[in-house]
Design a protein around this ligand. Structure first.
Ligand code: COA
Ligand code: MG
Length: 300
């Protein structure tokens, strides 16, 4: 797992002053200043400028990271977006509508040049990709397994743009109301690929932003599956997400006991605790829980 874990990632439209004022007051671990779908065509330039100025005036990022979602790489706007915002040294770039890991690597090369130009340490700008928004993306996950840039520290997925890409009129199953098969596949591939490369798998946005009980349930479902954190589109969602991805006192205590029992039995791959067998995956999971608890404490 990457060193940095971000629980809640709140989208803030890049051209909205009111929402940009609200962002830093929000408990989200990261803001994603958006230059893509939430910005109208005739507002692109103003959004870029506002986003750059926001980044420049918010340089203390300890509690809250600042990411920028640029336009997709096959849109010429994406390069202008990057050139405009890099003087503000964003902590990361969110890359939408990727076709394969090649897009991530292209972005990484551009970031390297712009970091050099602006005196930013090479590699400091991370990448979170929205890995399932094109039809091709469902068939190219294997490309992440060889030589993807280490800047790629998080993968998330999307069900809305994928519907359009697949020609689907809905992403829900007509009887159960759950995500339909292609979207379940997207969710599974995003998770397994992120885990395979040591990146953070980030849960999909929950679009019904007035339904925090539904959001809480979906966070717990994501957590059980292996996802960490979730994208938010409304400020009222961040706290629910933070809470769901912050281990409880009992979780922490149990994880500490698992780590302790392995430490007390050095060189042993399997131990017993409370009458149950524990092996390496349990130790790994316990360490994940403690890392998440540590992070939650640091973020407050
Ligand atoms: N970030 C920061 N502030 C936000 C916000 C966001 N994403 N969404 C809403 N707010 C602010 C509103 O401006 C309002 O504050 P104000 O009264 O000072 O203006 C307050 O929070 C309450 O907002 P509310 O009235 O409940 O919501 P809304 O109807 O104004 O907005 C959305 C609803 C969905 C349009 C809005 O939440 C939004 O723009 N979300 C992000 C969309 C996005 O980025 N999508 C792309 C990724 S899928
Ligand atoms: Mg979109």
């Amino acid at each position: 797992m990457s060193a940095e874990i971000i629980r809640s990632w709140l989208f803030v439209p890049g051209d909205s002053e009111r929402k940009q004022i609200k962002g830093p007051q929000n408990p989200a671990d990261a803001l994603i200043l958006d230059l893509e779908d939430s910005v109208a065509d005739d507002r692109q330039e103003i959004a870029r400028e506002m986003t750059r100025e926001f980044l420049k005036s918010h340089t203390d990022r300890d509690r809250q990271r600042l990411y920028v979602r640029i336009n997709p790489l096959d849109n010429p706007l994406s390069l202008a977006d990057l050139i405009a915002v890099m003087p503000g040294a964003p902590d990361g770039i969110v890359l939408p509508k990727v076709y394969s890991a090649a897009d991530v690597n292209t972005l990484a090369e551009r970031l390297k040049v712009l970091e050099c130009q602006h005196g930013i340490e090479e590699g400091a700008t991370k990448i979170c990709c929205v890995a399932t928004e094109t039809a091709a993306s469902l068939t190219t996950f294997h490309t992440y397994l060889d030589n993807v840039s280490p800047r790629l520290t998080a993968l998330t997925w999307g069900g809305e743009d994928l519907s359009a890409a697949l020609g689907a009129s809905t992403n829900r199953h007509p009887v159960t109301g759950e995500y339909d098969a292609p979207f379940q596949l997207a969710r599974t591939l995003c998770l397994s690929t992120a885990r395979a490369i040591g990146a953070q798998p980030v849960g999909v946005v929950y679009t019904d932003f007035r339904d925090n009980e539904g959001l809480r349930k979906e966070c717990l479902y994501d957590l059980r599956s292996g996802y960490i954190g979730k994208i938010a589109i409304h400020p009222g969602q961040s706290e629910v997400i933070n809470e769901a991805f912050t281990p409880s006192a009992e979780d922490i205590e149990f994880a500490q006991r698992v780590v302790d029992v392995f430490e007390q039995n050095p060189g042993t791959g399997t131990v017993g605790l409370d009458g149950k067998m524990l092996d390496m995956p349990h130790l790994k999971q316990a360490r994940n829980v403690l890392a998440m608890a540590e992070l939650a404490k640091a973020r407050g």
